[in-house]
Write a new protein. Structure first.
Lengths: 505, 505
């Protein structure tokens, strides 16, 4: 009856628990694999300020039965490229990557690409094929698989080629089992929405039947690329503080505060240290553990820290957020808001929201919600998302809205780290700070909608009123004319115009 | 602009991504911490066939502001105990544990207990205190914290005490920041439902205000404990097959098949190897990689393997599944089903479902759903759960049910591995095999409900019909008497009785 204790590698953990990484079933696996690679490609191009050119090809290799087939997925980009020495680990080792910095990126877990390849390996046992160049004189080509138990890449083949044309980018090609035809609607929806919120990207997709989908860029002007940032003092925890103290070169607390934290200048640092009762001359490395805890607690309650600077983030902007809804539904009314930057656990974030009414928005008895996070659409598990929960918690009647009205809402959250609830990045957790910002954003646009609906209501009432005048005034005029035994009925048009309080459309 | 590549430890991964492990906010953190430790305790007692005695105490240490406080959580059990040499890793290292076997247990990820302690550490920076004995002559006591970057326990203090009274069990005590008062309804609901489906457990909880909640066992008879099992041939993937081949002592394929897989006897093994075109005399370790892939593919399509044996699983049984609903709602009608065991990815599983109607079930415009997995209730993120999706996909009118009816459904899935979608074990992914079983189970009980509702409808119709007879027959009788100029109206009671087709309630 004795228990057997053992340690498993992170690759083994995700192999055993592929459901938590978005690979629950054959259809979801295809969707997740395409998505993870496209997002890596977008990040790779954006990080060097180049408009992304992404080419995706999914080829059916053979049937495995019950609707499931073996596919070959190839995703090519013109991004930064992976340095040769990092290629094996970047694609063959879990929890190895370049996404662990305080910087807005679509990838969060440093896991997606490797997870897709791992899933391909366990379903088809075919090695992955990676070609990459950083644009220097060489192109590197690897065939590799993953030693799941040890979480190590196994290099099966390595080639280096001349790069005469200075090609730069990455090509990932591997096989996986999946069900494209069930996944198709979501895959196409994903690519369409991605193209809308990344209008500077070219995305080309050739599906297993050879159908070509092209999402051509509408602009080559790129938003300023997201920048790496320092942690904001609100939301630094004891662990992070210890790491910052360990890695600092500062010899005194004043310098430490100024050099380490986001938007902390000398005078704020001085005021804070006074507030915390810690001498500005103390050596940070000599703080006792209880003083570190005290420092962190004081940081959370000091109210003079500046709000985070939004320049490290890359929000969509109100126009782009509206664009998708307008293109899809041609609504009668649309309003959008970009909230001021806020912060949770040391991560700055910005919430943007739009609301639209009418047009072709379906009246499905519920609000239509579009969710975006760091410029990617989220399509699965809507009901668990913080935005959906907030929409459900709002008393819409207060805004003159009823469930049967054609209303669409879009929410975009951008942050140096999105608090996803699943490794598959399907939905955002309800961190209180993020919830509050989403609530305020939706309330703001809801008030705009309310004004619009009030105006519509007023117009309708006025039109009814004018209709009554228009119907009865001529009759009254004729009756009065008859009564006075006059011949000519007076013209009532002027009278009708005088009671008009609104302009006709 | 160069990217920085780095490797992070699994502890660091979960530190950065606590949302995916159920620690999104202060209220959820309290709930998750209690839950993870209670589930470990239940597993620890059940694994040695002892009725669990679990004592939970949550003490408020101090306010941290904004509704959040520092609490001390202590959970004590009478389970198997952790051997001294494993205590530091079991509580101070992520992805180390005893839950990685093919055996039904509440824990799945080998993560929960350590994650709770890790969360406590980053919010309070206080070491954890572990006391445990396997019932031998010594009790071991540790104070430890976690080196998150290296994923290693740091032992701050270690003591060994005499165990004169042969105490056996584990005590975990640590501090964490949280919001108990917001978490309270879920915590109490969790304990209540846990007590219902584990009626052989004593659960005692003292909350921060000193209120005592006792859930006393209703029986000391334990279900047969879940047993470790071999992988079932359906759903073995290439990775698993390679591991099995690596670790086998068998010198030929026939022996390998019989020794390695669940319910594979000699004659089935022979038939299968013939079907797969592999000689029974081949040495499994000498199979070429493409032959391994071929073997796995053939395994999925061979239809003579026996279904998995349920004896390694510990389902609730129909009575226990009904008990919770009956206790809560006293319904007019209840039906339950235990499906035959099935399998996904090599894991046997059993689905049980119950449906109830009337009584105190709220008419909230939607079905009330209770979800259980391996004898624990799932309370969060219902809308993303496979059971909820299936309930939503069913055309309930076909079963004479409408959304405004008071209907409750309970679903229990037990398996050697529950395909959770989140590390926080909030909801089950829609693996096709599991979905199908849940659908069949719910359809079965829905048909029982339909019969009940048809009977109710018929009774109501009959009562209306009888009422009409009862109302008009005497009048017709009187009228006919008058018409015939007779004095005595005949008695129609017999006539009314003769048209009765149902018994009165």
């Amino acid at each position: 009856m004795s228990q057997i204790f053992e340690h498993i590698s992170p690759a083994d953990f995700f192999y055993r628990n592929r459901d938590i990484a978005g690979f629950s079933n054959p259809s979801r696996a295809i969707y997740s694999a395409i998505r993870e690679l496209v997002e890596n490609s977008l990040d790779a191009a954006e990080s060097i300020g180049v408009p992304p050119d992404i080419f995706i090809r999914l080829t059916r290799i053979k049937e495995s039965g019950r609707g499931v087939s073996v596919y070959e997925l190839r995703v090519q980009d013109n991004g930064t490229g992976v340095p040769s020495q990092h290629i094996p680990s970047a694609f063959g080792q879990v929890l190895f990557g370049s996404k662990y910095r305080l910087k807005q990126s679509r990838g969060t877990f440093g896991l997606g690409g490797t997870m897709a390849i791992l899933y391909g390996q366990i379903t088809t046992h075919h090695p992955a094929h990676i070609i990459s160049s950083t644009g220097d004189s060489r192109i590197y080509e690897y065939r590799l698989s993953i030693d799941i138990r040890r979480n190590r890449p196994i290099i099966l083949q390595r080639k280096s080629l001349d790069n005469d044309h200075k090609w730069r980018g990455t090509i990932v090609e591997f096989r996986l089992e999946g069900d494209y035809f069930r996944a198709m609607p979501k895959v196409l929806e994903y690519l369409k929405q991605t193209a809308v919120v990344n209008p500077y990207a070219n995305i080309t997709f050739i599906d297993p039947r050879g159908r070509l989908y092209m999402f051509t860029r509408a602009t080559t002007s790129m938003p300023p690329p997201p920048k790496e940032t320092k942690p904001h003092p609100y939301g630094v925890d004891v662990e992070m503080m210890q790491r910052l103290i360990q890695s600092t070169d500062a010899r005194d607390m004043l310098t430490f505060m100024v050099e380490t934290f986001h938007r902390v200048g000398k005078s704020i640092a001085k005021n804070f240290l006074k507030f915390a009762g810690i001498s500005p001359k103390r050596d940070p490395k000599k703080l006792r553990p209880d003083e570190v805890v005290h420092l962190v607690q004081k940081m959370k309650t000091f109210d003079e820290f500046l709000p985070p600077d939004a320049s490290c983030l890359s929000p969509l902007g109100e126009e782009l957020l509206k664009a998708g809804i307008i293109k899809e539904y041609q609504p009668e009314f649309i309003a959008a808001i970009q909230r001021k930057p806020s912060t949770y656990s040391g991560h700055p974030f910005i919430v943007e929201a739009a609301i639209a009414y009418g047009g072709n928005i379906p009246r499905k008895g519920d609000i239509v919600l579009f969710r975006f996070a760091n410029r990617i659409p989220l399509l699965y598990d809507e009901a668990s998302d913080v935005s959906w929960k907030i929409i459900k918690s709002i008393n819409w009647r207060r805004y003159k809205a009823t469930p049967d009205m054609p209303i669409a809402i879009a929410v975009h959250v951008c942050s140096t780290k999105i608090p996803y609830k699943t490794v598959g990045k399907e939905f955002i957790a309800d961190r209180p700070e993020v919830s509050r910002e989403i609530l305020f954003a939706i309330r703001y646009v809801a008030r705009k909608l309310q004004k619009f609906l009030t105006r519509v209501e007023y117009k309708q009432k006025e039109l009814r009123r004018l209709n009554i005048f228009a119907k009865y005034l001529p009759k009254i005029a004729r009756f009065s004319t008859d009564l006075a035994e006059k011949k000519r009925t007076p013209n009532v048009d002027k009278l009708i115009r005088s009671v008009k309080r609104i302009e006709e459309d």
